[in-house]
Every structure is written in C-alpha cells, then in structure tokens.
Design a binder for this molecule. Structure first.
Ligand code: AMP
Ligand code: MG
Length: 299
C-alpha cells in the first residue's frame, strides 16, 4: 500500500509543470503510461490497485478538508473533445462525499455572461472553504477556443481599444494574478490538460457513432473543431507555457489510455491534499465538557 502510494507520487511528478519556460507540448506523448505496462493481467491489476488506493485516500482527505473547513481546492479540466474529461471526473470523484464537491461545466457564454469581464462567471462558481470545486472547461477557454476562432473575440463586448495583439498576453497575466490571489487565500488550484492524440480522438468519435449508448455524446461541431487541431495544439502550448506556476501547476496528462489518465489525476489530487496538513478540528475545553455533559444526559 505504502509502496503503491510512493509509486503514484513519482508518476505524478512526471506530468507536473510548474515553470512554463521550457515547456514543449511536443515532448509529451499522449500514449505514455510511465513504467506501467498496458498489457497483461498482472499489469492491469497493479494499475487498478493504484487507482483504487488513490480514490480511497482521496475520500479520506476530502472528509478532513470538509471538517477542517479552512482550505478549498479548485480543479480545472481542459482538453480536446473526447479526451475523457467527463469520465475522468466521474471515476476519480466516485468515492467522495457529494456535499463537499461542486462541478460546473462551462459552455458557450450567455449574453448575460458576455456583459461581464471574462473571469466573472468562473468567480461565481468558485468552491467554498472545505470544498472541492471542479471546472469542466473554464476561463482557459478564453485563451483557447477564443484564440483559435478570433470571431468569438470580436463578438465579446470589449472596447475596440483593448483588442490589440497583446490581448492574449494580458489574459495570461490576469489569469496568473487571479490564481495567485486564490492560492494566497487558501484555495490551491490544479489544472489538468488531458492530452489525447488526434488518432485516438478519431477512434473515440467513431465509437460515438457506432455504439448506440454513446450516440448522445456525438456532435458534428466536434468533428469540425478537429479541423483546427494544430491551431488548438498551438493555443494549448502557449497557454500552458504562460500559466504554469508554482501556485497553480498544469498537469499534462497522457489521455490515450483512460485507465492511466484516471490514475494520474487521482494521484495528483491526493499529492496536493497531502501537503495541506488536513486535520479534524481539535475540540476546545468547553466543547469537550459539553460532550461529557451530553454523554451523562443520554445515559
Ligand atoms: P461541451 O464540449 O459539450 O461541453 O461544449 C461546450 C462548448 O462550449 C465547447 O465547444 C467550448 O469550446 C465552448 N465554450 C466554453 N467556454 C467558452 C468560452 N468562454 N467562449 C466560447 N466558447 C466556449
Ligand atoms: Mg462536446
């Protein structure tokens, strides 16, 4: 058990980016599975055991996070379509108490949302202390899809004077400042880029067409977005390079093997929570006396 946990922690270190200066998305293989084998029953058992440990440990840590009610955690998930954001969230969070978790899926902004600054709708969904907030997509779309499709930026109601070539640089800077502000207030942030290959995406789209229970996930728009693949890779490259910080690291998680994606994400969340020294609140003298009194009354 201990060995498996150490194993998991060292796997996480491979994918954490805290300094974007040298970051090259091309160096990251979507099919990577660290030193865990993809083949064989024993290998699968080992991977399953590491994931199960991670999920169990996450449940314990979340219970303390909630009871202590001091820290809050923000998890951000970004990826190309069919990289497995939804299913990763579903599996990794399967053991946690739903009362302490809020998940938000960010869609195309509404007209009300476009009447505000770009961080506004995210701010409304930030987690409370003691809780884990999950963003399925996030304000990072503002430097990803919006960058890939400049007409989206034009449709945002920014004053034209502010729409110069430096707009992305400023957004990165504002995101970094915002995340630093959150972390300084007791809300650390972990950001996951689920790194799927173009080939695997195609395979998953075809599955969505072929398997009736997956048909609902299919959208023709996703196939059109695929045509902008290299523009998206460039946008991710630039965004991750510009916004990987010690206070809000990116994890570039290989996403061609779903079992491995889940294992890395679970392990990364556990590793972060382990650093927070989460404890159940200590009882005050008065409170202890109250408990004694209550015990006496009940008897
Ligand atoms: P889904 O993949 O079904 O969750 O679709 C959500 C869609 O909303 C995706 O195509 C995103 O690119 C899009 N979206 C999310 N946030 C924004 C944003 N800030 N600006 C423009 N489109 C966005
Ligand atoms: Mg979609």
């Amino acid at each position: 058990m201990k060995k498996r946990r150490k194993n998991a922690a060292s796997i996480v270190d491979r994918y954490r980016v805290t300094d974007g200066k040298k970051f090259r998305l091309d160096d990251h293989d979507p099919g990577d599975t660290a030193d865990l084998s993809v083949r064989g029953k024993a290998a699968k058992e080992k991977a399953r055991a590491i994931l199960a440990d991670g999920i169990a440990r996450l449940a314990e840590l979340q219970d303390r996070l909630y009871a202590q009610d001091r820290w809050g955690l923000l998890l951000i998930f970004q990826a190309m379509d069919a990289a497995g954001k939804d299913s990763t969230i579903k599996h990794v969070m399967s053991g946690v108490n739903p009362q302490g978790v809020q998940v938000t899926s960010f869609k195309v902004p509404s007209s009300q949302e476009l009447d505000h600054d770009f961080l506004w709708r995210g701010v409304l969904r930030l987690p409370e202390r003691g809780c884990i907030g999950i963003f399925n997509r996030s304000y990072y779309e503002e430097v990803l899809v919006v960058r890939v499709h400049p007409q989206i930026l034009q449709a945002q109601k920014l004053p034209p004077e502010l729409l110069d070539a430096k707009v992305w640089e400023r957004r990165y800077e504002d995101i970094n400042a915002f995340e630093r502000y959150l972390s300084r207030n007791g809300f650390p942030i972990l950001k996951f880029f689920l790194n799927v290959s173009r080939k695997e995406q195609k395979k998953r789209f075809l599955e969505r067409l072929d398997e009736p229970e997956k048909n609902w996930k299919f959208s023709i728009a996703d196939v059109h977005e695929r045509e902008s693949w290299s523009a998206y890779q460039k946008a991710y490259q630039d965004a991750i390079a510009a916004t990987s910080t010690p206070w809000a690291p990116w994890f570039v998680v290989p996403a061609d093997h779903k079992w491995f994606t889940r294992l890395v994400v679970a392990a990364a969340i556990v590793a972060e929570l382990e650093t927070l020294n989460l404890r159940y609140p200590a009882l005050s003298k008065t409170k202890r006396r109250e408990l004694q009194e209550a015990r006496r009354l009940l008897r």
